[in-house]
Design a protein around this ligand. Structure first.
Ligand SMILES: Cc1cc2nc3c(=O)[nH]c(=O)nc-3n(C[C@H](O)[C@H](O)[C@H](O)COP(=O)(O)O)c2cc1C
Length: 192
């Protein structure tokens, strides 16, 4: 694999101290230097409205271009009432549309890896299943298995608010990221 893989990360929370953004950053650091990585800021994305699509708002075109250029996406999703939060679904709805001149839908045929941490004991498992179903519907290849869930995530914050994963969770995340990169490489090799 000669091409440098480009990965973007999206945290499905607007909260300043989002634990899912912290989890996303830990996951992205595990990608290693061989991978180009960029975190996408979704804080200024308006609610989807078909009346706003052409031309789409500048903030939407910015994330649209970032995702279009990427080979793969890591999603860190909170769990809201058993599903993904509305802000994340809203971003996916924008990204499902062919907004620029190329008319390409930026999520299609790319790989995805889902991670998530929640206050509850399910650790985002139902939100992850919800997100997986939507991404698969969109034509993404979501890494099978290796669901990285962090139950009771607030108990993993140290006195400075830093997220510290235990050995088991970190090992599982490392394995997931390793498989995600291999999964992405295999897809890109297949397309070459
Ligand atoms: C509207 C709402 C619904 C929630 N539903 C769930 C839930 O179904 N399961 C759960 O474990 N936690 C639930 N929580 C708690 C979240 O796990 C918690 O707010 C978490 O911090 C969100 O992640 P963030 O820090 O990345 O925003 C809910 C929180 C909100 C505000």
């Amino acid at each position: 694999m000669s091409k440098k893989i480009k990965v973007v990360g999206i945290a499905g929370s607007l909260r300043k101290d989002s634990v899912n953004r912290k989890l996303l950053r830990i996951a992205s650091e595990l990608l290693g230097d061989e991978i180009e990585y960029k975190e996408i800021d979704i804080s200024d994305i308006p609610l989807f409205n078909e009346d706003l699509e052409y031309p789409a708002p500048a903030s939407v075109l910015r994330i649209h271009d970032d995702v279009l250029e990427a080979d793969a996406i890591i999603f860190a999703t909170p769990e809201y009432n058993g599903g993904m939060p509305g802000v994340l679904k809203n971003v996916i709805d924008w990204l499902s549309r062919p907004l620029n001149e190329s008319k390409v839908k930026p999520l299609v045929n790319k790989t995805a890896y889902i991670v998530g941490g929640a206050a509850g004991m399910s650790g985002t498992i139902t939100a992850q299943e919800h997100l997986r179903a939507v991404l698969t519907y969109m034509g993404m290849f979501v890494l099978p298995s290796n669901r990285a869930t962090v139950p009771s995530i607030f108990s993993n914050l140290d006195e400075n608010g830093t997220l510290v994963l235990n050995e088991l969770a970190l090992g599982f995340l490392k394995q997931g990221i390793h498989r995600f990169v291999a999964f992405t490489e295999a897809l890109l090799d297949n397309e070459a």
